[in-house]
Design a protein around this ligand. Structure first.
Ligand code: SF4
Ligand code: SF4
Length: 380
């Protein structure tokens, strides 16, 4: 098998594929239905995946239901993103120990074995690539993140059932897989439960070659196209990206920022569920023995302290912090990294406790673009 090859496997083939990855030392992780949500957990076989579960998502709402469907990937995205496996929400960077008056710095051990992701969505893979440019690229890469990503195996599950909050089509990140995966599967259920497999890397080719598979037929190809077309037609939301970075940049004083701030709680949920937010805080903690631990945890631009410079925070109001969040995702990310900071996963919409929807906010500003003179409606 080679990169670009395609084949069809059944559920037994998927099990053999997972077993093959585990036998070569991978920790196989994937989506699992637990405590009323699709979260990330160990996947030892296909039965650990969310069999028959479907999610329903709208602004401020998330609900799961299960039926008798044999489908394993009949949901969109859960609250947890793959970011957390490569860039931990909270971790020790190093700790000191003292022996014979000598102080030694040690880094904690990594979990045994690289990670194999079983069933990332195309938008989630794009989100990892966005994070790569921040944490793996550049002059000062995050070594731990880079090592975890370098060793990872990524199996993408193309999306057939987007949620009401999804807008990946607008962002060009789904529902089909682009590049960067090792293997991509499309789940097909009519007439026969099977998976359309595409090879994206030499590692993917090696894994697929070892499991029972058959050639792709015209019917398989048509079925995959139908799944993707249906997903595009069912996309819950859209975002007009035409000229969006410039639109937001020239509307920094728009009164909409104050209007949304009347609802926004500055809770930071949107930043925590976002698969591309990368801000973190560093804290040094010491104990009575004199040992010191450097800890890193995710931070949010909605925290008042986040913009603290000498003398006080430069974004003291909720309006200024919401503006920072939205304009960074959709506008200034382009200046920094040459791409959007949003992949259209919709998590920030579903998990906002007051149903704030960034597609709606961007559309509202577009609708009154130019109606506000500079200097009016100041937000900080
Ligand atoms: S901004 Fe919202 S929709 Fe965009 S990637 Fe982040 S969580 Fe997903
Ligand atoms: S937009 Fe929603 S999720 Fe984000 S800080 Fe405001 S209230 Fe919280």
């Amino acid at each position: 098998m080679d990169v670009g090859d395609e084949a069809v496997i059944d559920r037994g083939g998927l099990d053999a594929l997972i077993a093959g990855l585990r036998s070569t030392g991978f920790r196989t992780m994937g989506p699992v239905a637990r405590n009323g949500a699709i979260v990330l957990g160990e996947v030892a076989w296909s039965g650990d995946l969310p069999l028959g579960w479907r999610d329903h998502q709208e602004p401020g709402r998330y609900r799961l239901e299960q039926n008798q469907s044999p489908e394993l990937f009949r949901w969109a995205v859960g609250p947890a993103s793959w970011k957390s496996e490569f860039f931990s929400p909270e971790e020790v960077v190093w700790r000191t120990s003292t022996s014979d008056g000598q102080v030694t710095l040690t880094e904690p051990d990594e979990p045994a074995g690289p990670i194999a992701i079983i069933g990332a969505r195309p938008c989630e893979l794009t989100a990892l690539e966005v994070l790569d440019r921040v944490l793996r690229g550049g002059d000062v890469p995050d070594n731990r993140y880079a090592a975890r990503r370098d060793d990872a195996f990524v199996l993408v599950a193309e999306c057939g059932t987007p949620a009401g909050t999804c807008f990946c089509t607008s962002m060009g990140t789904g529902p089909s897989a682009g590049t960067g995966y090792d293997l991509a599967l499309t789940e097909l259920v009519e007439s026969e439960h099977r998976f359309y497999a595409q090879v994206g890397s030499a590692a993917g080719a090696e894994v697929l070659a070892q499991v029972s598979h058959r050639p792709v037929t015209t019917d398989d190809r048509s079925a995959r196209q139908a799944v993707l077309a249906r997903a595009e037609a069912q996309m819950g939301r859209s975002l007009d990206t035409e000229g969006l970075p410039g639109l937001l940049a020239r509307n920094l004083e728009h009164p909409r920022w104050e209007e949304v701030a009347e609802r926004c709680l500055s809770c930071g949920n949107c930043t925590l569920v976002c698969p591309t937010c990368f801000c973190s805080d560093i804290k040094d903690v010491s104990d009575i023995s004199g040992a010191v631990e450097r800890q890193r945890r995710w931070a949010s631009c909605f925290d008042l302290e986040h913009s603290y410079l000498h003398g006080g925070p430069v974004r003291p109001t909720t309006a200024s912090r919401y503006r920072q969040w939205l304009t960074h995702k959709l506008s200034t990310w382009w200046d920094q990294f040459g791409e959007s900071g949003c992949v259209g996963c919709g998590r920030c919409i579903a998990w906002c406790p007051v149903s704030i929807d960034l597609t709606e906010e961007a559309a509202a500003i577009r609708a009154t673009d130019g109606a506000v003179a500079a200097g009016e409606g100041r937000t900080s």
